[in-house]
Design a protein around this ligand. Structure first.
Ligand SMILES: [Zn+2]
Length: 249
């Protein structure tokens, strides 16, 4: 497929994923059922019709208001849908299609959703990371079946244990790093296991570097103290995205 076709396809998938992320980031912290397909207006609780739930387009057509009660809908919806459309429009032509690549696109979805929820409630929910690890593990098994070899399984196990496992232990021992962060790294480690351990190591190193930079900047500007808890998930996600793009430069 031509790169342009892949970019358009990526943009469509990204817009839908961005819309799903908004729904999950709203429903998970509120303890709502995430399996229900239909969304409702947070203000008047009227169910949003399918034709009013088209990512980006509906927001523009309805001028960012609920059709029923005309309350202003947060701009974060269209911002997230737009930025995910852009991100996947860049990623899909770069990585194209295959079982490994689907794993990467899924990990991006889990990581960005986790980062948003982490920023909102300072916690990366298990429902995201456990689903992510299970799906990524199944994709590794899929790669193994596809290649008629057990070769993909060992690096995936090692990556999960070395990176997810060590951060999990550090999280339990120091209570500084959240266990949700460690589980998110587990999802990313499984997705990137065919890229080599050093690649995953760079992602984690990058997240600590970004986290320290922002932490110091917040302390210098007096917006955080040494004791402030800064959510770490967004830095893992940012480092993961940067690594994916830099790897294809
Ligand atoms: Zn409404």
């Amino acid at each position: 497929m031509a790169s342009v076709t892949l970019a358009i396809f990526g943009a469509l998938v990204g817009a839908v994923l961005g819309s799903t992320m908004s729904a999950l980031a709203y429903r998970i912290p509120a303890g709502m059922n995430i399996a229900v397909a239909r969304s409702e207006c947070p203000s008047c609780h009227v169910q949003i019709a399918a034709y009013d739930n088209i990512p980006i387009i509906s927001y523009i057509l309805l001028k960012g208001r609920c059709r029923s009660c005309h309350v202003q809908i947060a701009a974060s919806y269209i911002v997230l849908e737009g930025s995910m459309a852009l991100l996947y429009a860049v990623l899909v032509p770069l990585y194209r299609w295959g079982i490994t690549e689907v794993g990467i696109y899924l990990a991006v979805f889990i990581a960005v959703t986790g980062a948003i929820v982490d920023l909102k409630v300072r916690k990366i929910p298990n429902v995201l990371t456990y689903f992510g690890m299970l799906a990524e593990a199944l994709l590794v098994v899929g790669r193994s079946i596809e290649s008629h070899s057990l070769a993909p399984i060992l690096p995936a196990l090692i990556a999960l244990i070395i990176f997810g496992g060590s951060l999990f232990v550090i999280g339990i021992l120091t209570k500084g790093m959240g266990l949700g962060d460690a589980k998110l790294v587990g999802v990313i480690a499984l997705a990137l296991s065919s890229f080599g351990l050093y690649f995953i190591f760079y992602v984690i190193l990058g997240s600590f570097a970004l986290g320290s930079l922002v932490g110091v900047a917040l302390m210098v500007t007096g917006r955080a103290s040494r004791k402030s808890a800064i959510p770490f998930g967004p830095f893992i996600t940012l480092s993961f995205l940067i690594a994916l793009l830099v790897a294809k430069l």
